[in-house]
Design a protein around this ligand. Structure first.
Ligand SMILES: [Zn+2]
Length: 92
């Protein structure tokens, strides 16, 4: 069972590992299985392939709308994907 919530520290370690170019299978977070790491990456909307050197601004940020932590591609991106979709939908 992998129901234990990820802590901010674990998320930061995960982001740091991904940002440094590690593939998910090479990321070692104590107590987290590869499956758990991959699931977490998906939840945070982090795609390791998109994290190249130029993506230095990539970090975990809190969504201004729902307060959920998410993987933000640059400092101006403060709305998570689900909220962004909602906003786009409402604006359309
Ligand atoms: Zn949100």
């Amino acid at each position: 069972m992998e129901r234990v919530l990820w802590t901010d520290e674990e998320d930061k370690a995960l982001i740091g590992a991904v940002a440094s170019g590690l593939a998910a299978r090479h990321i070692d977070i104590p107590g987290r299985s590869l499956h758990s790491i991959q699931t977490r990456l998906h939840r945070l909307d982090i795609r390791p392939s998109s994290l190249t050197g130029k993506e230095k601004g990539y970090a975990l940020r809190k969504c201004l709308s729902c307060q959920q932590t998410f993987g933000s591609e640059h400092i101006g991106n403060r709305i998570c994907l689900p909220c962004k979709r909602t906003v786009d939908h409402l604006a359309a």
